[in-house]
Design a protein around this ligand. Structure first.
Ligand SMILES: Nc1ncnc2c1ncn2[C@@H]1O[C@H](COP(=O)(O)OP(=O)(O)OP(=O)(O)O)[C@@H](O)[C@H]1O
Length: 259
């Protein structure tokens, strides 16, 4: 029998004025999967992420995460419940250090109490030290530890993208949503990033949903792919099926070829 999905989206959609940006969206992600979400410009990929993470409340349908309906849950509560994301436009705390960017994610989940922090009790320092150690471990995985005291805004672009993923991961998610994590990277950085994404999926026992524009990239790393077009699902399946689906070729590859 098939396992229970960690995330299930049922007939979800959202309308802005007259525009149905996403409609009849059905997704099922199973624990440990690395799944791609692709589609041409304006297909509704980022809007779908916003529906899953509480940025938008679906005007129709349901989002079920770990067995609970989460429609309308505030974004920070969605994060606390085990779903983290990155953004298409990098959203780091630019004037904070690389290390503090990761520690912030821990603070959101921290066990030591506010009172202990205010009174500067030993438990506060123990908590703080543990957080710092854990944050540095994350930075090592992303090969960012040598930049730990740099301001985030001073990192090269590709490193900022990696830091955003490190920060999302520090919130200890079960499901990680990555919105075009390779955007703006050069081919070598992109290749390294895809390897890293597969590595963290295994190391942290994650389920990952990945938006990516580059079909070849997604095909190389994802086991299964959903294709959106004009706000609706056009196809779903393993890369070799998607690659040969005439509907996808017309909607998506066609766009690439004529560019
Ligand atoms: N807040 C909003 N108000 C009105 N329209 C919106 C809003 N957010 C998204 N849209 C529209 O919804 C559609 C889907 O946009 P979305 O950004 O989700 O596409 P996308 O697939 O992520 O595109 P891209 O690959 O270019 O990032 C677009 O027509 C967009 O203009």
């Amino acid at each position: 029998m098939e396992k229970t999905p960690i995330l299930e989206v049922k007939q979800a959609g959202i309308q802005f004025g007259g525009l149905k940006a996403v409609q009849n969206l059905n997704l099922a992600l199973y624990p440990g999967e690395l799944v791609g979400l692709i589609g041409p410009n304006g297909a509704g990929k980022t809007t779908s992420f916003n529906l899953l993470t509480g940025v938008y409340v679906p005007t129709e349908g349901d989002v079920i995460f770990q067995g609970k309906r989460i429609n309308g849950l505030a974004p920070y509560k969605v994060t606390q419940s085990g779903m983290s994301r990155t953004f298409q436009n990098i959203r780091l705390f630019r004037d904070m250090t690389v290390l503090d960017n990761v520690k912030v994610a821990y603070h959101a989940l921290a066990k030591h109490t506010m009172l202990a922090s205010i009174l500067r009790l030993p438990s506060h320092f123990a908590g703080e030290r543990k957080m710092e150690e854990a944050a540095i471990e994350f930075l090592k995985i992303f090969r960012l530890d040598k930049y730990k005291d740099e301001l985030a805004k001073n990192l090269p672009y590709g490193q900022q993208r990696r830091l955003e993923i490190a920060r999302a991961l520090a919130a200890n998610p079960k499901l990680l949503l990555l919105d075009e994590p390779a955007a703006g990277m050069n081919p070598q950085e992109t290749h390294d990033l895809m390897e890293l994404i597969a590595f963290i999926r295994d190391k942290f026992n994650l389920t990952i949903l990945l938006i990516e524009h580059d079909m070849n990239l997604v095909m190389g790393v994802c086991e299964r792919i959903y294709v959106l077009d004009h706000g609706q699902l056009l196809a779903e399946g393993p890369p070799e099926v998607i690659r040969n689906d005439p509907k996808v070729i017309e909607a998506y590859l066609g766009e690439e070829v004529t560019e």
